[in-house]
Design a protein around this ligand. Structure first.
Ligand code: AMP
Length: 549
């Protein structure tokens, strides 16, 4: 069977899968329903059957208790997405069904195995959210080559489209549930992130909410109804509001037929009204955009071009405000497909690098092929893909691991005592370049008291650019305990190293320099909402017995 690798845009409201075809073109693969994107909605139809996509979205109206949407907003934050059949379903498991739907449909359509994937996530996702995304892929039975940020994927797709000169581009990505703004420097064969910011509670769904409110109040004044909409009417209204919003992107006004509580009314909404009731939302995105432009300017970059990504950038108000405010007309970059296509290109490049690395390691004897784990890992990257990145114009002659340089997506701090006060000390600061794909920072601290038995390393993940900030337990990522000999004086040196990889996973090492005792922890294993390896394996086993449609 021909070997392909895939890029998956696992979106808040819609998801999409793409691959690089034999001719070297990034192509989206339609689902069984024949559409290029699939609603990220999961309906638990029976204990052995899950329905994903448009059908699930429609089922949400008649079966709201067993349907879950917007699950991406829960990734890494909660271990509960929905309860079905007396069992709690985690966001990772719910997301795994979306991935299985995409992979299953794609596999049928192109008649190839869908196994090796790169999944995208918002740039502001931290360690827990990225790990949760990776775990969702594993539960779905996929080999997740890497997790990359959505704007990186979009910029890669854009940058690879043709060979071009140097440019600083701003990616304005307004999706269904999230907003991301990223500045990147693009030059031939090179994409460097400059900074990124976002609001994970701002997206198309907020625009839908505004339309829902408007339609409901119009309905009430027209029919005289003054009660609450029941759950059925709410869901129905949600679908109609989203549809009306989308139609307003190309029409000046749309009629909406509404029924609730046995009453019917025809309500109209104009583009002008729509723009007015959503102006505050649009302005929130502009504030973040201003901040990103200012931070980029501090680093010596001026924006040459604005790229639009995400379905919600189809709203004419977006192009209008960006053009007015920044004096340049943004480029629309296939709003629904750019991220998945960029991820597909990245997947191909990353896969190629891995195949090459394994080949070298095996040939040089560096890889111990008698070890089962090593052999299994090598097996994953034993077969070259049918197409190489040399077929992609902007990538010819470049290795993917040298093409994309990302910045840290979060700041990481250690709790310390400073001038007698508990403080958080940021060892890794957000928006710093990670050349080679990882960043390691080592600092020395001292024990507080004499004869301490242990030193507790409490790690915080945050968005601050400052070195010190007040302790806030909301930001705790995890902790590790370093055992001490118990006879050290106060101020005994403790060396702490934070190593962040490009997937946003943090490793922490603490060393007592007096006796060289060490503690080594991967933060993904300690934070409360991150699934353990055992939990992932159990979810994977459970998911195998469930059919996805
Ligand atoms: P994404 O997560 O990037 O797929 O974006 C999905 C969001 O884009 C949803 O909120 C959709 O309602 C919205 N969207 C899709 N098409 C349009 C359109 N023509 N006009 C306005 N919003 C749209």
């Amino acid at each position: 069977m021909a070997k392909y690798v895939f890029g998956i845009d696992l979106g808040t409201t819609y998801s999409c899968i793409a691959y690089v075809d034999e001719t070297g073109r990034a192509t989206v693969i339609n689902n069984q329903e024949g559409t290029n994107t699939t609603p990220s909605v999961v309906n638990f139809a029976s204990p052995t059957q899950v329905v994903v996509g448009q059908v699930a979205k429609e089922n949400a109206v008649i079966d709201p208790q067993n349907t879950v949407s917007l699950v991406k907003t829960l990734m890494g934050k909660s271990n509960f997405a929905i309860s079905y059949n007396g069992e709690d379903v985690s966001p990772e498991e719910a997301s795994s069904y979306i991935l299985r739907k995409l992979a299953g449909d794609a596999s049928k359509l192109i008649d190839a195995e869908v196994k090796d994937v790169v999944i995208t996530c918002p740039a502001y996702f931290g360690t827990a959210e990225r790990t949760a995304t990776k775990n969702a892929g594993e539960i779905a039975g996929l080999n997740v080559i890497e997790i990359i940020s959505e704007p990186t994927a979009a910029a890669l797709y854009y940058g690879c489209a043709k060979e071009q000169g140097e440019k600083t581009v701003l990616v304005y990505d307004l999706g269904g549930g999230t907003f991301d703004v990223t500045v990147m420097h693009v030059s031939p064969g090179k994409i460097e992130m400059v900074c990124s910011d976002g609001n994970h509670e701002l997206g198309g769904k907020n625009w839908d909410d505004a339309v829902m409110q408007y339609l409901a109040s119009e309905f009430c004044s027209e029919t005289g109804f003054d009660g609450d909409f029941d759950e059925y009417a709410q869901q129905d209204l949600r679908l109609k509001a989203e549809k009306a919003k989308q139609q307003l992107s190309t029409r000046e006004k749309v009629p909406v037929m509404m029924d609730a509580a046995g009453l019917r009314a025809r309500v109209e909404i104009t583009r002008q009204t729509f723009d007015e009731i959503t102006e505050a939302l649009l302005n929130e995105s502009i504030e973040k955009t201003d901040a990103a432009i200012a931070l980029a300017a501090e680093r010596g970059y001026t924006i040459d071009e604005i790229l639009l990504v995400g379905g919600s950038t189809r709203m004419p108000q977006v192009t209008k405000i960006l053009t007015e405010k920044y004096g340049m007309e943004p480029k629309i970059l296939e709003p629904d497909e750019a991220v998945a296509k960029g991820a597909a290109i990245y997947a191909l490049g990353a896969y190629e690098v891995k195949v090459e690395q394994w080949k070298e390691m095996i040939e040089s004897g560096q890889a111990d092929m008698t070890d089962t784990k090593t052999r299994e890992e090598a097996e994953k990257y034993s077969e070259p893909a049918v197409v190489t990145t040399n077929e992609i114009p902007g990538l010819r002659g470049h290795r993917m691991d040298e093409v994309v340089t990302v910045v840290t997506s979060k700041s990481y701090a250690l709790q310390v005592v400073r001038n007698g006060e508990d403080k958080c000390c940021n060892m890794i600061i957000k928006d710093v370049l990670m050349p080679g794909g990882s960043l390691s920072v080592t600092r020395q601290f001292g024990t507080v008291d004499a004869n301490q038995e242990t030193a507790e390393l409490v790690v915080f993940e945050n968005d601050f650019h400052d070195e010190y900030f007040d302790v806030d337990t909301d930001f705790i990522l995890g902790n590790a305990t370093l055992d001490l000999p118990g006879n050290l004086p106060a101020g005994a040196p403790i060396e702490v190293t934070f190593t962040l990889n490009k997937e946003g996973i943090l490793e922490v090492t603490g060393r007592d320099l007096t006796t060289n005792r060490e503690i080594h922890a991967t933060m993904q294993a300690t934070a409360g909402t991150i699934m353990s390896k055992e939990e992932v394996a159990a979810a994977k086993a459970k998911s195998k017995g469930i059919a996805v449609e």
